[in-house]
Design a protein around this ligand. Structure first.
Ligand code: WTA
Length: 627
């Protein structure tokens, strides 16, 4: 499975395009199947319908856990680094991880949960979250992890959309010096979620929480005495493994669905090759399991490959800005994978906090989630990587399940700001708005893929038509990412950013419509429009233009976003304005708002065709006053 040279990559790539089925069948045979597949891939991008290894029977957790027990039962699977470095560290061998997962799985079964049930996990980054993820998969339940920074309202939406029967949570979460309650958020959400029968509560903060009789169970009561192996439920390769909600340009977040077989094959393959992971290495992905990166490159990919990894509960700046580097040195981390936002936030503190620690074990650095600017790339390379570690800039999405475009650590050439080349099996094309293909270097187009790969999303939960419309209708016969990209003369891809109404804040995706909808709930707000603007640390910031009344309307708008979505989506700037620029047909001219938010009001061009051109100068003035 592991490509050892650039030449091997080129050969694998060629083969994967000439004979995708032969290529992926060979990779997939390297896993343990309860019943081997005979069908490899059937697909059409019109339906869409994509099936991989469809007649195979497999449970991903057998490949995450059981398959390793013969050779690496005593090897550390997870080093858990707590939020507070003074708290006890915990670590788990593959045997221990197996046993813990079985305990949770048996606990879930004892309460009558099983195959096909949707279970929502709303938890901090503690080992029990990982156990719970794998335990759901073990019994054939479908997990849906909701990042613990989302509000009660957002949590309830996701629970209801998935029709979840159980919620696994904690009393609260410690993030840096702050303690944030979680159980009260769940209680509030569940007021409107009739499908939920059980709530498990793990003690993280020790704060007292209310427990509803008959519904709420202490974690220990649910799992204690549930020892013994829980056999892995035989799953069809195409049975859903999880739902993960992500924002798009319209409507509420969509539940992206991934399956046991294809997701397993692709996350393992991409992990080993992009990072060039070898036996004995220590991998650390800093992402929260609440996002896709934490699913694919913490919970699944590395464990499928039998890796040893670090799981971190805290934040990069607590108790000090050297936290990442201290932990890298402590565990001898060889592979470090984080978001450009984190790099930019730490770069501000200079080289000294990095230099305090021995990072000589590092071999490969990775970035994910948003474009990386040159300055951050060079700092990461020069200071963290001591000029000797390759950087893999990995482009992918919740919907793609795994890394699509990236260098292979140390094997392929790299260029700041460029994700680079497609992985084997990935066939990118750049299309113009009219659907014609861009062959030449330098021209920006819509980044699409023309052939399925094993971990492409199968549907959006409960609404297949939405999946078709969102990803497969803009360019018929192609999967459309929603991103604009360019290819340079060397064939390397550079991601420009979203071409739709999605903004990427610190590597987190939000739809502008979703934020506007939340703002519009505020009492004094008449209407609003949200745009992204370049932000030094976060990549993009959220700028809200709000029309409303009352002296507190800006604050109300922010509160309303925190309530409707969560603190992760709080606007960075709120401009209270007398009106929004509109076309004669009543459409908001976002182009103008974007320019104003970017501080480029001198480039507005002709605004005389607007319905209300007079509003523009008022917007410019407010923007200058609040800059
Ligand atoms: C963006 C995160 C530039 C892109 C794994 C994509 C990137 C969205 C990169 C998906 C990268 C992700 N360079 N932009 N290396 N990686 N993106 O679903 O706009 O949270 O569409 O998945 O992040 O975000 P998501």
């Amino acid at each position: 499975m592991k490509l050892e040279s650039l030449n091997a990559y080129e050969n694998a790539y060629r083969r994967s395009v000439e004979d995708p089925e032969g290529f992926w069948a060979e990779v997939a045979r390297g896993f343990a199947w309860q019943k081997p597949f005979t069908e490899v891939c059937s697909w059409d991008f019109e339906g869409p319908s994509v099936r991989w290894f469809a007649d195979g029977v497999v449970n991903i957790t057998e490949n995450v856990l059981d398959r390793h027990l013969a050779s690496r039962a005593g090897q550390t699977a997870i080093h858990w680094e707590p939020n507070d470095p003074a708290s006890p560290r915990r670590s788990f061998t593959y045997q221990q991880l197996h046993d813990e997962v079985c305990r949770v799985a048996n606990g879930l079964k004892a309460q009558g949960f099983g195959r096909g049930d949707r279970i929502v996990l709303y938890m901090p980054m503690v080992p029990e979250l990982l156990f719970a993820v794998l335990a759901c998969a073990r019994i054939g339940a479908i997990h849906s992890v909701v990042f613990a920074g989302f509000s009660a309202h957002a949590l309830a939406d996701r629970i209801n959309d998935a029709g979840a029967v159980a919620v696994l949570t904690a009393d609260g979460v410690q993030r840096g010096a702050k303690t944030i309650p979680l159980k009260p958020v769940v209680d509030e959400a569940l007021g409107g979620c009739p499908s939920v029968r059980k709530v498990w509560v793990f003690p993280c903060t020790g704060e007292p929480v209310g427990m509803e009789a008959g519904r709420d169970v202490a974690w220990a009561d649910a799992v204690d005495g549930r020892g013994g192996v829980c056999p892995a439920e035989p799953m069809n390769a195409e049975d859903p493994l999880f739902i993960l909600y992500t924002s798009g340009s319209t409507g509420k977040p969509k539940g992206v669905v991934h399956t046991h077989g294809g997701y397993m094959v692709y996350t393992a393959y991409s992990f080993v090759n992009v990072f060039q992971y070898s036996e004995g290495d220590v991998f650390w992905c800093t992402a929260d399991i609440g996002w896709i990166t934490g699913h694919s490159y913490l919970a699944y990919g590395p464990l499928l490959a039998g890796a040893t990894q670090v799981m971190f509960e805290g934040v990069p700046t607590f108790p000090d800005v050297d936290r990442f580097w201290a932990a890298c040195a402590h565990y001898g981390v060889t592979h470090f994978y984080t978001a450009p936002t984190a790099i930019r936030a730490l770069m501000v503190h200079g080289d000294e906090p990095v230099k305090r620690h021995d990072l000589s074990a590092l071999k490969v650095l990775g970035t994910v989630g948003e474009p990386i600017n040159d300055e951050a790339w060079h700092w990461y390379h020069r200071v963290v990587g001591e000029g000797r570690c390759p950087i893999v800039d990995t482009f992918w999405q919740t919907e793609t399940g795994g890394i699509m475009l990236s260098g292979l650590g140390g094997l392929s050439p790299m260029k700041p700001g460029h994700a680079g080349y497609p992985l084997p099996g990935i066939q990118p094309v750049l299309l113009r708005a009219d659907g014609s293909e861009i062959e030449a270097a330098g021209e920006e187009g819509h980044l699409c893929f023309k052939h399925p790969w094993p971990s492409i999303l199968r549907t959006t939960w409960g609404d297949h038509e939405r999946c078709r419309l969102t990803y497969f209708s803009t360019h018929p016969g192609h999967y459309f990412t929603g991103d604009g990209a360019k290819r340079d003369a060397d064939g390397m891809f550079r991601i420009i950013g979203r071409v739709d109404d999605v903004i990427n804040v610190s590597g987190h995706r939000f739809g502008t419509a979703e934020i506007e909808e939340a703002i519009n709930q505020a009492p004094g707000v008449v209407e609003s429009a949200v745009v992204g603007y370049p932000h030094d640390i976060k990549g993009q910031g959220i700028c809200a233009f709000v029309v409303g009344s009352g002296t507190a309307v800006a604050q109300e708008a922010c509160d309303s976003v925190v309530e409707g979505i969560g603190r992760v989506a709080r606007p960075d700037r709120v401009l209270v304005v007398p009106g929004l620029p509109k076309t004669r047909s009543g459409k908001i001219m976002r182009r103008i708002l974007r320019k104003i938010a970017e501080g480029r009001a001198d480039e507005l061009g002709d605004t005389s065709t607007l319905l209300n051109p007079e509003v523009v100068s008022a917007l410019v003035l407010v923007s200058k006053q609040t800059a």
